[in-house]
Ligand binder design. Structure first.
Ligand SMILES: *Cc1c(COP(=O)(O)O)cnc(C)c1O
Length: 489
């Protein structure tokens, strides 16, 4: 008797799901067969790749199927029970369900599930804070109820005030995100930005330095959250700092929402009880549909509700429905087991890499990701990313603190465990993965440039190494199939 490999995929009936996808692809293929073929090929490719991209995951068939229907056709600007279009009763049902599940899942007083993505969730949050803290006092002062009631002179004053605010966030090379006030994103054009980084010696967040920076800079918004910091953040301490300087504390948990939902991050490390506003994606460690959402303390709820049409286009009812399904899945006890496995697996991956001589930023991890410094292998992040991809291992290059190679070539590779944990990888598989990664990086040599230097992009791999590694990853993946039993043929 063979036992099925352990998996953290939300259980589904494989025969029913296979029928559903076969029928769907037949309908799609009758119109544009190349799209149906690409959808099928995407499943094959995802099944065959060792996905260590820290921001990706595999949503359940239930979540995915919820997105392909006539909810997509509905306009539903406004909020539940207060729409600018007729006939939104079923949208109201799914939006209420998604919000209710989100509130219960995260223990939040208020949830807004309309944002289309993480970036959009942040924009909603930023404008909600501006509305609450800058616009509202200006309206009160002018004795007006609505911006349209302001005199032209008052409106000009308010516009200047809105454009003259400050945001403090984690620096990009410490793992922060572009949307936390950096110039390539609109947040960097809306706000005067300043950053806090990590301690150069320990590479850990230095809360005293954050406090000093906050006191000096006096931001309207203090951001926490990251996409490449491999450690927990003490949100209770960050809130104390925000309170001390009169800042509104916004946490972007886009990356680690699954660890919050699964109660791996609790107490001081759970952002929800400490932040005024929390923003997130739903598709990363949380394993839902591609989208965003906002949680808020009651005093910000009305302002957050105005996200559409303030900064968002009409809501995506099919995606809100899928959020409701995903949040319901995350409320199952099995999801906590998944989240704990994601964190345990990150430990195994980190130990597997360190014990083979690799250097990890901060020396390890206590969340779902590991940041590997590849300089000791004589490589840039770009070379490491490409060499690993040649060998069938999918990662992404990432800057490390004070990166000597800048933001394009970088010196790091970011590795995350959420996706492979969904497939059922455990400690042994992640140790083997670490071994394969180190072998590939040791077997990659940068090529010389014509002027006698060393290339930051080109490299050669030891003969046969890519094929050998591909065979080894194929073996690991075959033992842990993606969507076990799902068959499109
Ligand atoms: C991924 C991410 C986002 C952006 O999410 P999108 O859905 O791609 O817009 C925002 N903030 C952080 C911290 C992220 O990691």
């Amino acid at each position: 008797m063979t036992t099925a490999p352990p998996t953290h995929t939300t259980p589904f009936d494989a025969a029913t799901a296979s029928d559903a996808y076969r029928s769907a692809l037949a309908v799609i293929g009758a119109v544009e067969p190349r799209v149906a073929a690409a959808i099928g090929q995407e499943l094959t490719d995802q099944r065959e790749s060792l996905k260590l991209i820290a921001s990706e995951n595999y949503a359940s068939p239930a979540v995915l199927l919820t997105m392909g229907n006539w909810f997509s056709d509905k306009y539903a600007e406004g909020t539940v029970g207060h729409r600018f279009y007729a006939g939104c009763q079923n949208v109201d049902t799914v939006e209420s369900l998604a919000a209710e599940h989100a509130r219960e899942l995260f223990g939040a007083p208020y949830a807004y599930v309309q944002p289309h993505s993480g970036i959009d969730a942040n924009l909603v949050a930023f404008w909600a804070v501006l509305a609450q803290r800058v616009e509202l006092p200006a309206l009160e002062k002018a004795g007006a109820k609505h911006v349209n009631d302001l005199t032209d002179a008052d409106w000009a004053t308010l516009r200047r005030a809105l454009g003259d605010q400050r945001m403090l966030g984690m620096s990009l090379d410490a793992g922060g995100h572009l949307t936390h006030g950096f110039r390539p994103n609109i947040s960097g054009k809306m706000f005067e930005q300043s950053s806090y980084g990590t301690d150069p010696a320990t590479e850990l967040l230095d809360y005293d330095a954050v406090r000093a920076r906050a006191r000096e800079f006096k931001p309207l918004i203090m951001m926490a959250g990251y996409s490449a910091y491999p450690r927990r953040v003490n949100f209770a301490t960050m809130r104390e700092i925000a309170d001390e300087v009169g800042a509104t504390f916004v946490v972007d948990m886009a990356h680690f929402a699954g660890l919050v939902a699964g109660k791996v991050l609790t107490g001081d490390f759970d952002p929800v009880p400490h932040a005024h506003v929390v923003t997130s994606t739903s598709h990363k460690s949380l394993r839902g549909p591609r989208g965003g959402f906002v949680l808020a303390q009651p005093e910000f709820a009305d302002a957050v509700d105005r996200g559409c049409p303030m900064v968002l286009g009409g809501p995506l009812p099919h995606v809100m429905a899928a959020k409701a399904v995903a949040f319901a899945e995350a409320r199952q006890p099995s999801f906590a087991g998944y989240a704990q496995a994601v964190a345990d697996n990150a430990q195994s991956l980190a130990e597997g890499l360190s014990s083979r001589g690799a250097r990890l930023v901060t020396g390890g991890t206590d969340n779902h990701l590991v940041l590997l410094d590849v300089t000791a292998f004589g490589l840039t992040g770009r070379q490491a990313e490409s060499a690993l991809l040649d060998a069938g291992i999918v990662t992404n290059r990432n800057a490390i603190p004070s990166d000597p190679n800048g933001a394009w070539y970088t010196s790091g590779v970011r590795l995350g465990t959420p996706a492979l944990t969904t497939r059922g990888f455990g400690a042994a598989e992640f140790d083997r993965t670490a071994e394969l990664i180190v072998d590939v990086l040791k077997g990659a040599t940068p090529t010389a440039t014509r002027d006698g230097g060393v290339s930051k992009a080109k490299y050669v791999l030891t003969d046969g190494l890519a094929d050998r590694t591909r065979a080894a990853t194929a073996e690991l993946l075959a033992a842990h199939p993606l969507y076990p039993g799902l068959d499109l043929a």
